[in-house]
Ligand binder design. Structure first.
Ligand SMILES: *Cc1c(COP(=O)(O)O)cnc(C)c1O
Length: 527
């Protein structure tokens, strides 16, 4: 029996006859360690408490009639019950520390524990943003050194470290572009965004007050250069291009695009969230890019998902750097680091558009990212890109016989493999396949994105997965894909083994119920 690296044999390899799992029920509804955990309100009771408090003494109220009239209605649980509730919920989380996380465009890679150790050092974790700069020279040194690395890796002129996420970085870059255009008295109205861009790109341009116009993709999934050139003109402030794009493909015409945009008086914003595919291999500055955000929480590890934390420094060209936000670090010849803030701005940085955030940026992300960079070194970072691309191509080529891979004919992919739902039968969809992957023990891949591909499935394995882990994922993906093509009716009601079955996701998104209200029979039971 061959064992895979994760120690889990596949079902076929165990040779044990398994009874039909759907036929087995349990008294509790639980399935071994998968506990069907109720809401904390449903297990709590108002008359229980984690502590013994003495009766409140009878004192005259001084609240002037504002006393609470009804019970506070928070669940009462003992300490032990509370710990169990949250621990059980936490075990239902899927996380990168639990298994392969194939979400495309998210770069869910292993986060080395060394990063955590460094980020928790008192000198980084316990300082205050308003401390005098003389007392935080080490922390400012980290920000400054990371800034130097980011500028070197991208071949750009400057970097704004304060944006707190990728989308925040996009806004910062677009505000730099607007400031540069306004400085030359040439306010323009339109930002061009190719179809293959990430959704945050048009959202950012619209948020900054620009009209957004689409540029079509060509048959090879890239920006249609001729269509872009044809649309350029005196009203176009710039373009926002995701490179590598959301089809997992490199834009080979990037330099030609930049040259054309510059010739028409516009600027080039590049969404650099997919930098993991090219770090150490391509310098965006060489491609004529004016501004690009880097998701430290993707390319340079640091845990993310579930909404944060993030950090989105923006590297800037010589043309845009003078408009970058405050504050930023400045290293002097004697090694002393100062912050350029409003007070010092007149002589040092007069054209700044302002601030992106209150203080210096995400210190915890900076320490993690710099630790990651220093522990890899320049050669290691290059290998990150090479291995990430190799892993994605391994998945693409291993599955293209069973799944439609719309751009596989145009050559290798970058860091993510793209498939479509072509060939599924019995009205089965990408969503059904994704739910089937949950039963196989995987977080689903990115679905229905990019929009240019019908029923898209985007898989980004990253460089940190072993071949054995990827083989196991491919096996699961292949098995569910074959079921989708064969029209397996059971897939329509998957997942079957998760604590929650198929949910009405539209209803959940459109009409979320965010507040627990006590059902009537529940109130009676509590009395
Ligand atoms: C993740 C991502 C973003 C947005 O980054 P956030 O940090 O989530 O704001 C933008 N573009 C692309 C291509 C991404 O993958």
């Amino acid at each position: 029996m061959s064992m895979l690296a994760e120690g889990r044999p596949t079902k076929q390899e165990t040779n044990v006859t398994m009874p039909d799992q759907n036929a087995i029920t349990t008294h509790t509804g639980n399935r071994a360690l998968m506990v069907d955990e109720p809401l904390i309100f449903e297990i709590g009771s108002p008359d229980r408490s984690g502590v013994d408090l003495p009766e409140a003494p009878q004192v005259e109220s001084r609240l002037g009639g504002l006393e609470r009239k009804a019970p506070i209605a928070i669940p009462g649980l003992s300490e032990g019950e509370t710990v169990r509730h949250y621990t059980r919920l936490s075990r239902q989380n899927y996380a990168i520390d639990v298994g392969l996380f194939p979400l495309g465009s998210c770069t869910m890679k292993h986060n080395p524990r060394l990063n955590e150790k460094i980020a928790r050092l008192k000198g980084f974790a316990d300082i205050h943003p308003l401390q005098p700069v003389d007392s935080v020279q080490g922390a400012l040194g980290v920000i400054n050194e990371l800034a130097v690395w980011l500028i070197k890796l991208t071949g750009m002129h400057g970097v704004a470290m304060t944006p707190k996420a990728g989308a925040h970085g996009e806004l910062c870059g677009i505000l730099c572009i607007r400031a540069a255009l306004e400085a030359r008295g040439d306010a323009r109205e339109v930002i061009l965004v190719p179809e293959s861009a990430h959704g945050t790109n048009p959202a950012t341009a619209a948020f900054a007050g620009y009209k957004v116009e689409d540029i079509p993709a060509n048959a090879a999934g890239r920006v249609d250069l001729e269509a872009l050139k044809a649309r350029l003109g005196p009203d176009v402030a710039g373009v926002m291009i995701t490179n590598p794009n959301t089809c997992g493909l490199f834009e080979p015409d990037m330099k030609a695009i930049s040259d054309a945009v510059h010739a028409a008086g516009g600027y080039v914003y590049c969404d650099g969230a997919n930098f993991n595919a090219i770090v150490g291999k391509v310098r965006p500055g060489d491609l004529g890019i004016d501004a690009m955000h880097i998701n430290l929480h993707k390319t340079f590890s640091t845990p993310h998902g579930g909404g944060g934390p993030g950090s989105g420094p923006v590297v800037l060209s010589e043309a845009l750097a003078p408009y970058g936000p405050l504050p930023f670090t400045e290293r002097h010849a004697d090694g002393h680091i100062t912050l350029v803030e409003e007070e010092t701005v007149e002589d040092r940085h007069p054209h700044t558009f302002g601030r992106m955030s209150a203080f210096h940026g995400q210190m915890g992300m900076f320490t993690r990212a710099l630790t990651y960079i220093l522990s890899h070194g320049a050669d290691g970072l290059k290998q990150v890109a090479e291995d990430a691309v190799l892993n994605a191509n391994y998945i693409l080529r291993s599955l293209e016989d069973v799944l439609d891979a719309p751009f596989a004919h145009s050559g290798p992919c970058m860091h993510e493999a793209l498939f479509s739902d072509k060939g599924f039968t019995n009205d089965l969809t990408t969503l059904d396949l994704a739910k089937g992957m949950i039963d196989e023990g995987y977080h689903p891949m990115t679905m229905y994105f990019p929009l240019v591909v019908h029923g898209a499935m985007l898989v980004e394995p990253t460089e940190t997965e072993s071949k054995a882990a990827i083989d196991q994922f491919i096996g699961a993906f292949r098995s569910v894909a074959e079921r989708a093509k064969a029209g397996d009716e059971l897939l329509k009601s998957a997942p079957h083994f998760a604590p929650r079955r198929r949910l009405d996701e539209t209803q959940a998104a459109r009409k979320p119920i965010l507040v627990w209200t006590e059902p009537e029979d529940f109130a009676e039971a509590a009395e």
